[in-house]
Design a protein around this ligand. Structure first.
Ligand code: BG6
Length: 486
């Protein structure tokens, strides 16, 4: 039996991600037989009114393979209920308690898809009304705080009511198929490990570009910015998995122990370094995929003259034996030329080319792990083109998962929800990881606030400000889309 209570049940995240993910798990028979779902939010709604919204969310946001049949939808709705909750009103929690069959059992999962300012008040109330004790699990959505101090304050306050192993901090990038595949690639194959270090790797690039703008979230986004929205969590989590040492096993704490060491080893920038190693930008009007789009400052909810960054590129460095001196370039942006999430490992050049001439400067080997839009792992090698003479070109050894696998694609949120229901913490962020990530980001945020002139503008539909290319060019590298093969 599982009881799933979704705070923020009428919000944007619930509608777009959490409800479709739950429904997909239901349609694919992944929920246990006695599952119940409660939406909880401030609005006063009947069960029936909430079910209408749940239906709309499933219809509008479900993936094709998770639409199910009319009968399946009706069966899911029959398990769906609503409870009006205002974090300040005790009676609302009493009422919720009367509805839930067995509060504080390990089969009760509270999902807080609300702002971080509500995490502590909600958990406090839940605890006061004996809805969470030593058994229940609580899932927290990002952002977890807005800087290192606020994140620590939230963690500390929550620990008065919950043990660390009851807290599931979601970073949905960890639920993506290819992130787990990265663990398999690194730790189930022999040949990469001897090459996976500063001796053989020139640089690492982790890039998440989006074509969407800030959508309906202008007000939230303007308070947040790309550094907090994407770098502090998704990009640093990917970096820690690429860079970590082999864990002693695949258990949650073994993996998280290794990840946190990397986050702690990130070189913290001095104010002078920040202007040299970081680039931030904001999109102006342009065209994405042939569609004219407005600039960031014209988006609803965004103040005119806003200094919030919608693009970030950073040259990170890891101070340890494996990685000292290897740049880890992180990049993310809204309204960019293409939607993609990629990790590229650029190996060093061969020491000398016996082919001479035009082939002297050719591109070195690289491993590209693509998380989206399609999932693949490509190892680019040089090979001779068929025919007369020696003409070399890039050939990819390609593990194309989209074409080569018939298994159902489990979306990130579905995987993470099921893991939380099963009590598997592996793909959730531990408090020390969160703290270490904020500690690295904090000085950058502070320096940017003081230097508003450093914000560059870029045209919507481009790859960001030119300074982002320059960041790499200084070290003889370039972003994947810029490379002209020779
Ligand atoms: C979220 C950010 O965490 O990730 C959004 O808040 C962003 O701004 C989203 O659009 C990107 O996720 P995905 O899975 O679509 O790449």
């Amino acid at each position: 039996m599982t009881t799933f209570i979704l705070f923020g049940g009428t919000g944007d995240l619930a509608k777009r991600k959490v409800i479709p993910a739950l429904y997909s798990a239901f349609v694919n028979d992944r929920l246990d037989a006695n599952f119940h779902f409660y939406g909880a939010a401030r609005e006063a709604l009947t069960d029936e009114e909430f079910r209408v919204r749940v239906t709309a969310s499933i219809t509008n946001y479900s993936k094709k393979d998770a639409i199910g049949t009319h009968e399946q939808l009706q069966a899911f709705l029959a398990l769906t209920f609503y409870s009006k909750i205002d974090a300040r009103i005790a009676a609302d929690f009493e009422q919720l308690k009367t509805k839930i069959a067995s509060p504080d059992s390990h089969s009760t999962l509270f999902y807080l898809a609300t702002g971080p300012d509500l995490f502590v008040p909600i958990v406090e109330r839940l605890s006061h009304h004996k809805l969470v004790g030593s058994q229940a699990r609580v899932v927290l959505e990002k952002p977890l705080g807005h800087d290192a101090q606020s994140a620590r304050d939230i963690n500390q306050a929550l620990r008065a009511y919950l043990n660390e192993n009851q807290i599931y901090r979601i970073d949905h990038y960890l639920g993506k198929e290819m992130v787990q595949n990265l663990l398999a690639l690194r730790f189930a194959n022999l040949f990469l490990e001897p090459l996976w270090n500063r001796t053989w790797i020139h640089d690492v690039q982790i890039s998440i570009s989006e074509q969407v703008g800030v959508e309906a979230r202008g007000e939230f986004y303007d308070r947040t910015g790309a550094l907090r929205d994407m770098v502090q969590n998704h990009l640093l989590q990917l970096l820690s998995i690429v860079a970590m040492e082999p864990p002693i096993n695949a258990g949650p704490d073994s993996i998280r122990d290794e990840k946190v060491k990397i986050l702690r080893a990130l070189h913290k920038f001095s104010p002078e370094e920040i202007s040299k190693k970081t680039v931030r930008g904001q999109y102006r009007a342009g065209a994405v995929d042939g569609q004219v789009v407005i600039g960031y400052q014209d988006e609803p909810g965004v103040p005119i003259h806003s200094h919030t960054e919608t693009f970030v590129a950073i040259q990170a460095e890891i101070n340890n034996w494996r990685w000292a001196g290897v740049p880890f370039y992180l990049r993310t942006g809204k309204r960019m030329a293409a939607r993609s999430a990629e990790i590229t490992i650029n190996f060093k050049h061969i020491p000398y080319s016996i082919f001479g001439g035009a082939h002297r400067n050719f591109r070195s080997n690289r491993l590209v792990i693509t998380l989206q839009p399609e999932e693949s792992v490509e190892l680019f090698l040089k090979a001779k083109e068929p025919g007369e003479g020696i003409h070399l070109s890039d050939v990819a050894l390609n593990l194309d998962f989209a074409t080569n696998s018939t298994s159902r694609r489990v979306q990130a949120y579905e995987r993470l929800l099921l893991d939380a229901m099963r009590g598997d913490l592996t793909l959730f962020v531990r408090d020390d990881e969160l703290g270490a990530a904020w500690d690295w980001v904090d000085p950058i945020m502070t320096a940017w606030q003081l230097d508003t002139d450093g914000l560059k503008s870029y045209m919507a539909g481009s790859w960001g400000p030119a300074a982002s290319s320059y960041l790499l060019a200084q070290h003889g590298s370039s972003w994947g889309e810029e490379f002209i093969d020779n």
